[in-house]
Design a protein around this ligand. Structure first.
Ligand code: NOJ
Length: 562
């Protein structure tokens, strides 16, 4: 067996995602900002996480709240200055926290000076920096091919009056896709990435990375009805998603990062089958510490690995049952064996809060915390998850989120309210609930940029910090155990359980063992389990004596051999 003491620094670490606009407002203008994050670094460190991932703060018209960059080397005014971000990196490091940026490499804002120039004519120095193509038909105004935008609801081609051509936008029309085949653009982007690495950034979350390299010949996708996490669609994405050139780009990106910092971690927002996802990784080859070749058939002949991690998004749409998690974990253990690391995510700034999927049941949330923080792999938490922040209902017509405004504004609220997924992403981005003061202590402004959930007086950090039985203290305890108990850096094996509603798995490193038992049912459960010590439970009524474990409904424990 491979010696897992030989492991990269990010192995089994915990990432905490900060959405800057909604985290903490230091200057009372109603928007969260970088100095606000600096002021709250102690809070993040005290939670016990290892890495802070900051959603984009780069200069941007904020039409997609930073995922529409207009300069990668500048900071959006409402968030602060370049010096603030340099200071953030320095202070975080001094506190032992790693810093991960969010890189949007697929597209920029249409207000980026590069696009303004590229779009101005067919023959300017940057004319080829974006994906432009001639239209079809006698008028030249028919789309160049059948490529859809990411959500598949419309064509991704947008008309450029100046050029009498189309440009392609995978996401929204104001986010034109960059042309990574253009050498100058590519070199500019790599220099930008190296600039941030030199400034000490420890890694990057890569926004819709799988979409960057589209088919050079612009071949149309094929008719193939299917359902993916974005919903049903009729044509596949073979020429627009996860192309072999895209895997190649992952490799090149890795190499460019290695020139500055081989330890930098790259984590991809990529969607696809496990087989596809693994093409982005280097099986048997944790890239930052080893240059061993990839396993046959993976990586299409690359000799060094690409990304270090890819998010596994299945838990975003979890079914709350032992069976669901047993199946998923078994599969991921098979597909992503050590040294690959699964990357489990329950929440992010795009999808429903997990509380929304649990009917705001805190016991169930306590079970998911126990699960997520005892699994093998890298964990990602989203700000507010640690206090059980809930979705904040905001009607689609009042949305600031461009997706809701462009695509879903027509959906009647009676239907919207009944959908588990939140179509208006504002609902999961409301300000962090720090305390019971006005606007949850997020801002001193009369009005924050987005409303605060009205439950903040009972659901906030301050209140929970003072309650030893709160969700936040549960997260902190689990993060502490995860760090201290070596079993959690070892293997994972699902064990048979006499009660199928109870998920049981073993974590093991050398002679250290931990067995996690989680009852996902609304009924109490009893299981026999060989003599161990109860070291943690998420419910005071769990009890373990004489080899018999008694679990109240929706509760769980960690048993250990020492
Ligand atoms: C994925 C990001 O998570 C989302 O917030 C953003 O709108 C799109 N990519 C476009 O960049």
């Amino acid at each position: 067996m491979r010696d897992i003491s030989f492991k990269p620094w990010w192995h089994d670490k915990v990432i905490y995602q900060v959405y800057p606009r909604s985290f903490y407002d230091s200057n009372g203008d109603g928007f969260g900002d970088i100095r606000g994050i600096i002021q709250k670094l102690d809070y993040i460190v005290d939670l016990g996480v290892d890495i802070v991932w900051i959603s984009p703060f780069f200069k941007s018209p904020q039409r997609d709240f930073g995922y529409d960059v207009s300069s990668y080397l500048d900071v959006s005014e409402e968030y602060g200055t370049l010096n603030d971000i340099f200071e953030l990196i320095e202070v975080a490091h001094a506190k032992g926290l790693k810093v991960m940026f969010d890189l949007v490499l697929n597209h920029t804002s249409d207000e980026h000076p590069w696009f303004i120039q590229a779009n101005s004519s067919k023959d300017n120095p940057k004319s080829n920096w974006y994906v432009f193509a001639d239209g079809k038909g006698s008028s030249g105004k028919k789309h160049p091919n059948n490529w859809r935008c990411d959500l598949q609801l419309k064509s991704g081609w947008q008309w450029s009056e100046n050029r009498q051509q189309f440009y392609f936008a995978t996401f929204l029309p104001f986010q034109p896709d960059l042309n990574w085949r253009n050498r100058e653009l590519k070199s500019e982007m790599f220099s930008m990435i190296q600039f941030w690495l030199k400034k000490g950034v420890d890694g990057f979350r890569l926004d819709i990375f799988g979409a960057i390299m589209k088919d050079e010949k612009l071949r149309s996708n094929k008719f193939r009805p299917s359902i993916d996490p974005n919903g049903p669609h009729l044509i596949d994405k073979r020429y627009t998603l996860n192309t072999s050139e895209n895997f190649q780009l992952a490799y090149e990106l890795r190499a460019k990062c290695d020139e500055i910092n081989p330890q930098a971690v790259l984590i991809g927002e990529v969607f696809g089958s496990d087989k596809v996802l693994k093409n982005y990784l280097g099986e048997n080859s944790p890239s930052s510490i080893s240059s061993s070749p990839m396993v046959d058939g993976v990586g299409e002949g690359f000799t060094t690995p690409g990304l270090n991690l890819v998010f596994l998004f299945d838990f975003l749409t979890f079914k709350y049952s032992a069976e669901f998690f047993r199946k998923k974990i078994n599969n991921y253990e098979k597909q992503f064996p050590d040294p690959l690391q699964p990357t489990y995510v329950f929440e992010n700034h795009d999808r429903s809060r997990l509380m929304g999927r649990l009917n705001n049941n805190v016991d169930k949330a306590r079970n998911l915390a126990l699960l997520q923080l005892t699994l093998r792999g890298v964990v990602t938490l989203y700000q507010g998850q640690e206090i059980g922040m809930e979705n904040t209902y905001i009607p689609l017509k009042k949305a600031q989120d461009p997706i809701a405004r462009d695509y879903f504004y027509w959906i009647p609220e009676v239907i919207n309210k009944r959908i588990t997924e939140r179509l208006n992403r504002d609902e999961v981005r409301t300000p962090m609930q720090w305390n019971a003061e006005d606007n949850s202590g997020f801002t001193t402004a009369a009005k924050p940029w987005l409303m605060v959930n009205s439950n903040y007086r009972r659901l906030n950090v301050f209140y929970q910090q003072n309650d030893p039985r709160s969700l936040i203290n549960l997260y902190k305890n689990l993060l502490d155990i995860r760090k201290r108990n070596k079993a959690f850096s070892g293997s994972l094996k699902i064990l048979e359980s006499e009660n199928t509603d109870v998920l049981v798995y073993l974590r093991n490193y050398q002679d250290q063992e931990a067995v996690i038992c989680i009852n996902f049912s609304d009924n109490p459960a009893e299981i026999k389990i060989e003599s161990k010590k109860l070291i943690f439970s998420n419910n005071d009524k769990c009890c373990y004596a004489d080899g018999l474990l008694k679990l109240p409904p929706n509760s769980g424990v960690i048993l250990a051999n020492r």
